[in-house]
Design a protein around this ligand. Structure first.
Ligand SMILES: [Fe+2]
Ligand SMILES: [Fe+2]
Length: 193
């Protein structure tokens, strides 16, 4: 799926997903992955727009960039908490004979979370040093931005794939209805819902 840069410009609640109903927690995690992927695509596509000849397009692109970064930071953080504080401890507690696999998997995913957070911090600091919109970033700034975005997507996409293909099915196997209800309530509380 390809999302135009302009699509985020009028996003009503760019930072959090408080308006999204959380019914099935595992489906919610997968849906969050899709929403993060949408923002990664914005980050990948934004540079030519930030350096457009049109001042209006540069302004629009900067707003889309800021919203995409804010979403990845704020929603991404809540999503990581959902996984690390709500899902991982429960599947580890009820993993049975899968416990060693689950320990290895969750340890790897947590370390990927820390790597992703470190690159995101660098990316945010880099964008904060851009000239104020609608002035364009320099060619050097644009090149460094694209390098950091490539690092971020290079971490995030395999991470999401592993979670969708391994974490979610294993969680479905090991979470009972009571676990799922508690996770749902914790997710909602995290978002003030
Ligand atoms: Fe994750
Ligand atoms: Fe995730």
């Amino acid at each position: 799926m390809v999302f135009p840069v302009s699509r985020l410009a009028d996003n009503r609640v760019p930072g959090v997903d408080a308006g999204v109903a959380i019914n099935d927690p595992l489906k919610h995690l997968v849906a969050c992955h899709d929403r993060i992927e949408e923002r990664l695509q914005i980050l990948e596509r934004v540079i030519p727009h930030l350096r457009s000849d049109s001042e209006a397009k540069r302004q629009e692109a900067r707003e889309a960039l800021d919203k995409a970064l804010q979403f990845v930071e704020v929603m991404g953080h809540l999503h990581t908490l959902d996984e690390e504080e709500s899902v991982f401890p429960r599947i580890l507690a009820s993993g049975g004979e899968d416990t060693p696999i689950l320990q290895e998997l969750t340890t790897m995913l947590e370390s990927q979370h820390r790597e992703k957070e470190a690159v995101l911090e660098k990316l945010k600091a880099h964008v904060a040093a851009f000239p104020a919109a609608p002035a364009p970033p320099s060619a050097e700034q644009a090149g460094q931005f694209e390098g950091l975005v490539a690092q971020l997507t290079g971490l995030y996409r395999p991470h999401i794939m592993i979670e969708n293909e391994r974490l979610i099915p294993l969680s479905a196997d090991h979470l009972n209805p009571n676990d799922a209800e508690q996770i749902r309530q914790e997710m909602r509380a995290r978002r003030g819902a």
